[in-house]
Design a protein around this ligand. Structure first.
Ligand SMILES: [Fe+2]
Ligand SMILES: [Fe+2]
Length: 294
């Protein structure tokens, strides 16, 4: 079981003089990163607004990152919504296959240094695939990648991330990857591909939180999918009657986001500031009816 405190480490040093214990504590400073799954529509944004104060209190000084590809009515993001998310305390936004769904995106993505779209989109695509998130004296390299299985055929995410790491690995200790992909196998493969090379690989896009969070053998925190923040009783955030109609009739149906109660999925990781590798990973799950359920 993964642990988020260093109590085991402390137990190894019960008889050391206090100054040695203090040096040890300083050397093992932990950096926290909270990653929030795909935020879906106004219900998702409402959930974020409700939960963020509590998260910021519980995980003070953490770096907060969220996936925003569905934040505008389930499709893409606007500059006003991105601004709203930054004002709530989000330090960096990742995207995915819905990046271009709002026309507005082309007016601000090049200027928004805290937002990343998949790095393996074709060369010349607006925006950036990786960026440096600065929070107080901490710097974290944030990388967004997109899978190719059951998604449009874009450049190879495995080779693209190697290319980015070739220059970035020497410069940044904390490297965080959001792998936006459909296939579980592709996500697990990416976890192994990057084990020991980055701090964390987390999956997004399926909107369903998986309970396979772990620290891989070489120290990379991994989870196949973080889940979503948005309507709980629809189908992946969409209103369920229209989705059912589509499945049953195969006729064209317009989907809208569900407006009911929300659920909130995220993951918190502890990173060792000496190595940049993970010491702990824990899932976070709230529900509008069970706000204090951890
Ligand atoms: Fe999504
Ligand atoms: Fe997606």
């Amino acid at each position: 079981m993964n642990t988020l405190n260093n109590s085991v480490t402390w137990e190894k040093w019960p008889k050391q003089p206090l100054f040695l214990v203090l040096i040890f504590e300083v050397r093992c400073k932990i950096i926290k990163v909270v990653f929030i799954g795909d935020i879906v529509g106004s219900v998702g944004r409402k959930a974020l607004k409700t939960i963020m104060p509590r998260l910021k209190q519980t995980h003070a000084n953490a770096i907060f990152i969220a996936n925003g590809e569905n934040a505008a009515a389930g499709r893409g993001i606007t500059s006003a919504i991105a601004k709203e998310m930054y004002e709530m305390g989000i330090h960096g936004i990742t995207m995915g296959n819905h990046t271009w769904d709002q026309k507005d995106i082309f007016d601000f993505i090049d200027q928004d240094e805290k937002m990343v779209r998949p790095a393996n989109f074709p060369p010349g695509t607006p925006g950036r695939g990786h960026t440096v998130i600065k929070v107080k004296d901490q710097e974290l390299l944030l990388i967004n990648l997109q899978g190719r299985t059951f998604l449009p055929p874009i450049d190879c995410p495995f080779r693209k991330v190697e290319e980015i790491l070739e220059t970035a690995k020497k410069k940044y200790k904390f490297i965080f990857v959001d792998f936006h992909a459909e296939a579980t196998s592709e996500k697990i493969a990416m976890g192994w591909h990057l084990d020991g090379k980055v701090s964390a690989v987390v999956g997004t896009h399926t909107h369903v939180q998986t309970h396979d969070e772990r620290i891989l053998p070489q120290g990379t925190a991994y989870v196949t999918d973080v889940g979503m923040v948005g309507p709980r009783d629809g189908v992946l955030g969409m209103e369920r009657v229209s989705v059912l109609q589509k499945f049953k009739t195969q006729l064209p149906v317009r989907f809208t986001t569900d407006e009911g109660k929300w659920h909130f999925h995220a993951v918190v990781m502890d990173l060792n500031d000496q190595t940049g590798l993970a010491k702990g990973i824990k899932l976070i799950r709230y529900d509008e009816d069970h706000v204090f359920m951890d």
